[in-house]
Design a protein around this ligand. Structure first.
Ligand SMILES: C[S@@+](CC[C@H](N)C(=O)[O-])C[C@H]1O[C@@H](n2cnc3c(N)ncnc32)[C@H](O)[C@@H]1O
Length: 245
C-alpha cells in the first residue's frame, strides 16, 4: 500500500512543478503583499545579522534570495528539487543546482558511511544555510535539517523563515499534523495546492535541537498595524561538538 506520507511529500513537489511559471511571475511582479511589506526584508536582515560570506539557499525557488544576497556582496548558491524553477533561477546571478532534500540527506548519510575520504565531504561547507518558506513537508524536512549541519563550517548558521505557527494555525488544534493546501489570495493560474506539515513552535525547536543546532534568536516580523506576525524566523547555530568523556 502507498504510504500517505509519501503521497503528501510527492504532491508538494508536483505542485511546485506545475506552478513554477505562475510562481516566477508572482515573484517578478512582487505580487505577494506580505513578502513585499515584511518578509523579504526580514530574511535579508536575518542573513546579514550572522555575518555569513557564503550562503546556501535551500529550496531556492526561482532564485530571488540568491540574487539579493549576491547583490549584497555574499557568495550565494541555491538548490531546489524543481528543474523548471532552477532554469528560471539560472537566468540571473548566483549558482544553482537541481537537488531535492532527500538527495541532500542521502549524500550526508553516504558521506558518514564512507568516512573522511568520501567526495561528499569535500563538497563546499557554507557559513550559513537559509530556508525561506521552503520547509513544507514532514520527513523530507526532518531529514534535511538533520543533514544540514554536516554541510556547514564549524559553528555555521541555519536561518529558517516559515509561516508563524500561531498565525497559521487558524481554527485547527495547535498540534503537529498535515494541513490541506490552498492558493487563496493567489491568482487563478495557480493550481493543485499541496498539503503542508504544520509544526508548533515547540516542535520546530526540538527538531532543531536534535538536528545539532542551538537557537540564538527568534524573530517575529509583523507588518505595521497587523494583529499577528507575518512569519517566524529561527536563527540557529551549529552546536559545539560534545567534548569526549
Ligand atoms: C514557497 S517556495 C519558496 C521558494 C524560495 N525559497 C522563495 O523564498 O521564494 C517553496 C520551495 O521549496 C521547494 N521545495 C519544497 N520541497 C522540496 C524538497 N523536498 N526538495 C527540494 N526543494 C523543495 C519548492 O520546489 C519551492 O521552490
Amino acid at each position: 500500500m502507498t504510504d500517505p506520507e509519501d503521497v503528501n511529500e510527492r504532491q508538494i513537489l508536483r505542485s511546485w512543478t506545475v506552478n513554477a511559471a505562475p510562481w516566477t511571475r508572482a515573484i517578478e511582479t512582487s505580487s505577494i503583499a506580505s513578502r513585499k511589506l515584511v518578509t523579504d526584508h526580514a530574511i535579508l536582515e536575518a542573513v546579514a545579522s550572522v555575518g555569513a560570506r557564503t550562503v546556501w539557499d535551500v529550496g531556492c525557488g526561482e532564485g530571488w534570495l540568491v540574487r539579493a544576497l549576491t547583490a549584497a556582496g555574499m557568495v550565494a548558491c541555491g538548490t531546489d528539487a524543481v528543474p523548471e524553477l532552477i532554469a528560471q533561477a539560472r537566468r540571473g546571478a548566483g549558482e544553482f543546482r537541481v537537488l531535492s532534500y532527500a538527495e541532500i540527506a542521502n549524500r550526508a548519510m553516504t558521506a558518514a558511511a564512507d568516512g573522511p575520504s568520501s567526495s561528499a565531504l569535500r563538497a563546499p561547507a557554507y557559513d550559513a544555510a537559509v530556508c525561506n518558506f521552503s520547509l513544507l513537508g514532514k520527513e523530507s524536512v526532518a531529514t534535511l535539517i538533520a543533514a544540514l549541519a554536516g554541510h556547514l563550517v564549524e559553528r555555521g548558521h541555519l536561518i529558517i523563515q516559515t509561516l508563524h505557527p500561531v498565525a497559521a494555525c487558524g481554527e485547527n488544534p495547535y498540534c503537529d499534523g498535515w494541513r490541506p493546501g490552498s492558493w487563496a489570495g493567489f491568482d487563478a493560474q495557480f493550481t493543485a495546492p499541496a498539503p503542508w506539515y504544520f509544526r508548533t513552535v515547540g516542535s520546530w525547536l526540538s527538531l532543531l535541537r536534535r538536528s545539532g543546532f542551538e537557537l540564538i534568536e527568534c524573530r517575529e516580523p509583523t507588518a505595521p498595524g497587523a494583529a499577528t506576525p507575518a512569519s517566524i524566523i529561527f536563527i540557529c547555530r551549529q552546536r559545539r561538538a560534545e567534548p569526549p568523556l
